[in-house]
Design a protein around this ligand. Structure first.
Ligand code: FES
Ligand code: FES
Length: 144
């Protein structure tokens, strides 16, 4: 698969998830393992430009495909900058998933209102409760 613009060759058993392949085999620890069962969104990455839960995606399904993790954004993406400006995190554990999900949300044209942002970001949980700041950051990034 191609990960963050680099070709990576992996030989993994059929049951290995994309999340475990990224974290344990490629050392990309940006995607977080929150629940490992599709409930929290901390593991969100992009697969061929669309947001997916990497804990529910098998690495073998990604053969020949394009994966983007938070490491691939380089730290200066407008959504990342908006998160910093709006203090849209506390512990930061959910943040890589929030950012990848927010980028997709904007690309999908679903960031029209605060209610839309809350609805279409509802798969990304934040145990620190930074939701108002996350919504403000996404609203600003979408406007830019
Ligand atoms: Fe994938 Fe929680 S770790 S949704
Ligand atoms: Fe701590 Fe979201 S910033 S879980």
């Amino acid at each position: 698969m191609r990960v963050n613009g680099r070709d990576e060759r992996l030989d993994v058993p059929a049951w290995v998830t994309l999340l475990d392949a990224l974290r344990d085999r490629l050392g990309l620890t940006g995607p977080k393992k929150g629940c490992d069962q599709g409930a929290c969104g901390a593991c969100t990455v992009h697969l061929d430009g669309r947001r997916v839960l990497s804990c529910l995606t098998l690495a073998a399904q990604c053969d020949g495909r394009e994966v983007l993790t938070v490491e691939g954004l380089g730290g200066a993406h407008p959504v990342q900058e908006a998160f910093v400006r709006h203090d849209a995190f506390q512990c930061g554990y959910c943040t890589p998933g929030q950012v990848l999900s927010a980028i997709s949300l904007i690309d999908e044209g679903r960031a029209g209102t605060d209610a839309d942002i809350r609805e279409y970001m509802s798969g990304n949980l934040c145990r620190c409760g930074a939701y108002p700041n996350i919504v403000a950051a996404i609203r600003e990034a979408a406007g830019r």
